[in-house]
Design a binder for this molecule. Sequence first.
Ligand code: KIV
Length: 277
Amino acid sequence: MNKSIQQKGAHVTTRRLLDMKQNGEKISMLTAYDYTMARILDRAGVDVLLVGDSASNVFSGHSTTLPITIEEMIYHAKAVVSGVHAESGRAMVVTDMPFMSYQLSGEEALRNAGKIMKEHECDAVKLEGGRVIAETVKRITDVGIPVMGHLGLMPQSIYKYGSYRVRAQEEKEAEELLEDAKILEQAGAFAIVVEKIPSSLAAEVTRSLTIPIIGIGAGIECDGQVLVINDILGLNREFHPRFVRQYADLNTVIEHAAKQYVEDVRQGTFPSVDESY
Ligand code: KIV
């Protein structure tokens, strides 16, 4: 957290999220990948901005989140932190640790989490996985770096599962997920994202844990909700999953604006005298 952000006072912290859960106040979280969007989202009052590794999909056009590198994540995160800092400084910024930046060893995970925190002064990191990464989560939180967990559909494991279908629909997998959530809490995670799981299971996880549970495709009873910004703005024409509520159709707005510009340039009506020096 940046000093001038602290001075602005209302910065959302891990403590504040815990209080929100205890007071029954819902937590809003959206992804952000750049300075301009981060400014708008902070101004809009979004509690948490996630520099998601979904940048691999929506920014770079890869079909999965696997290719994005730690340097690319830091590039996006720096821009987002600057954007929040340029506005009210209220939003918490959480950065995804990319695929293979924390799986090899606890030491490497700690080094990379430290690199992310030091290079752009975000508030926390997010890791995918349950009991398998519990020791790593403990190691990172023990040195003072807040960790957000991520269970259910974990896009970094897409090749293992082979599909983006709803997770933990069967009892055994549901029990394992609940147990994983408890293990992450014990390891020191301050919040957990649960993605694409039945609402009833998400509700049970939310009730069973003290830390906030943030859902994506996980029903209404979670402590908060997260969505990908490009999805709610309708930037991606092809992607309309059931759990996304689209609040705008920027794809059409941008295409229309760009077409008008092209037309004006071709017709020689841009720039006008007023738009020239
Ligand atoms: O990378 C991402 O955008 C995410 C959200 C889907 C939670 O992890």
